[in-house]
Ligand binder design. Structure first.
Ligand code: SF4
Ligand code: SF4
Length: 69
């Protein structure tokens, strides 16, 4: 069982705070251009340690974190 992390693209403004403060940031998050705006996508949630740093840093409550199977 490992952590699962997901970004809600409707709430995300692509600020990058999650990527910067995540201990595995570049392995998990990536900021991309989509529909003329920036948004963060999760590339590989399997690297997530469940530290909740991204949750704390995201001012838009765009991140969902839960225990996955
Ligand atoms: S919970 Fe921690 S390790 Fe997992 S994505 Fe968020 S900041 Fe990264
Ligand atoms: S911190 Fe939140 S708003 Fe900023 S890029 Fe990450 S998910 Fe998007």
């Amino acid at each position: 069982m490992h952590e699962k992390v997901r970004v809600n693209p409707g709430r995300c403004n692509g600020c990058g705070e999650c990527l910067v403060h995540c201990p595995k940031g570049p392995r998990i998050f990536k900021i991309v251009d989509r529909d003329d705006r920036k948004v963060c996508i999760v590339m590989d949630a399997s690297f997530c340690l469940g530290c909740t740093s991204c949750l704390t840093r995201c001012r838009n409550a765009a991140i969902e974190l839960w225990k996955g199977g």
